[in-house]
Write a protein that binds this ligand. Structure first.
Ligand code: KG4
Ligand code: ZN
Length: 337
């Protein structure tokens, strides 16, 4: 059992968001995210700039998280950090900071897997949010990953399908770039898609075995299609192009998810990761749920994209199990659960 005044500080720095959150006995007290704007000028995340921005942001972000939680750092019971997967330079900032703070305060350290945290964000206590029942399937869709995960307990997770090339978020971002949209394109494309016709244009869907995904062919199919058009075509058809691309990505995602549901017989399904904020994905999962009689779980918007509340909730369960990490630990760019 966890003591009542147990406060855990969670730190996330795997990509281009510097985030910190405080959790008290499973209840999130603060959740601060500093999104790095510097990458917009380059149309994608520049790893070296990301780690430098984390160094600048981490102290004020942690300070703000403690302040919002109304606690002093001396009250902390443990420090949790994202160990991976992610960009090595970015991960090292959060890892080194957490190790130093844990050492200085003489409190335990907890390492957290970023993808597991995206899924366990569903267990954050929030109004109107119901946690999934085990076992459930998680469609984990972010800028770096696309996975179907069988979740049998907080710590028993098995990837049963995944992308063999680009991730779903990467497909959104790269195709947005082809359409001349600013980075990160996913949320912008989503907004425009809601104004267009999803059946206006047809793009290639991949043929990959088992429960795996592929998104690089879709990107190429959109590229070749656009190259064949007259100048001004994108501007004149932007909403329809966005709607058609989004429709295709959602169809690809749901086709394999449906297969996974049939194969496993598991009828509790959640979505997680940045792309779970997408309106097409959210509507698609809801309709699939109604059609197949599923219990579906959609994360609150603030817990879709990278945040530290998801690190803190995962750490909460690890703390209960006393699954601490030695100070000699290190970041892992390709971390497994
Ligand atoms: O989980 P996340 O914040 O970071 C990673 O772990 O990668 O996911 C970021 C990804 C980006 O590719 C971003 O474009 C995408 O999530 N994303 C969206 C939407 N909101 C974020 N993609 C489509 N529609 C959205 N509304
Ligand atoms: Zn993420």
């Amino acid at each position: 059992m966890i003591e009542k005044n147990c406060y855990i500080l969670g730190i996330e720095s795997s990509c281009d968001d510097t985030a910190a959150a405080v959790i008290n006995n499973g209840v999130i007290l603060s959740n601060v995210v500093a999104t790095q704007k510097i990458h917009e000028a380059y149309g994608g995340v520049v790893p070296e700039l990301a780690s430098r921005a984390h160094q600048q942001n981490i102290v004020p972000v942690v300070h703000q998280a403690l302040q919002q939680a109304n606690i002093d750092k001396k009250q902390l019971s443990a420090i949790a950090f994202t160990r991976g997967p992610g960009l090595m330079g970015s991960l090292l900032v959060g890892t080194s900071f957490s190790k130093s703070l844990a050492f200085g305060l003489d409190i335990p350290l907890l390492d957290v897997n970023h993808m597991q945290a995206h899924i366990l964000a569903h267990f954050i206590k929030a109004e109107g949010q119901k946690a999934p029942n085990f076992p459930f399937l998680a469609l984990t869709i972010s800028g770096g990953h696309t996975q179907i995960v069988r979740v049998s307990s907080y710590f028993d997770l098995e990837v049963i399908g995944q992308t063999i090339d680009d991730a779903a978020g990467e497909a959104f971002d790269k195709i947005s770039k082809l359409l001349g949209l600013p980075y990160p394109g996913g949320p912008v494309l989503d907004k425009l898609a809601q104004l267009g016709n999803p059946k206006a244009f047809e793009f290639a869907k991949p043929m990959v075995p088992e429960l795996n995904y592929s998104f690089s062919g879709l990107k190429t199919s959109v590229l070749y299609f656009l190259q064949k058009q007259e100048p001004g075509f994108i501007e004149a058809n932007l909403n329809d192009l966005c709607a058609s691309v989004q429709y295709t990505i959602v169809e690809i995602l749901l086709y394999k998810l449906k297969k996974a549901i049939q194969q496993t017989g598991i009828k509790h399904v959640c979505i997680a990761g940045g792309v779970s904020a997408n309106s097409g994905v959210r509507n698609g999962i809801e309709s699939l749920g109604q059609k197949l009689g599923l219990k579906t779980y959609l994360p609150a918007f603030q817990y879709c994209t990278d945040n530290a509340a998801m690190i803190a909730i995962t750490a909460h369960y690890k703390y209960i199990n006393q699954a601490f990490e030695p100070l000699s630990t290190s970041a892992h760019a390709r971390s497994n659960w």
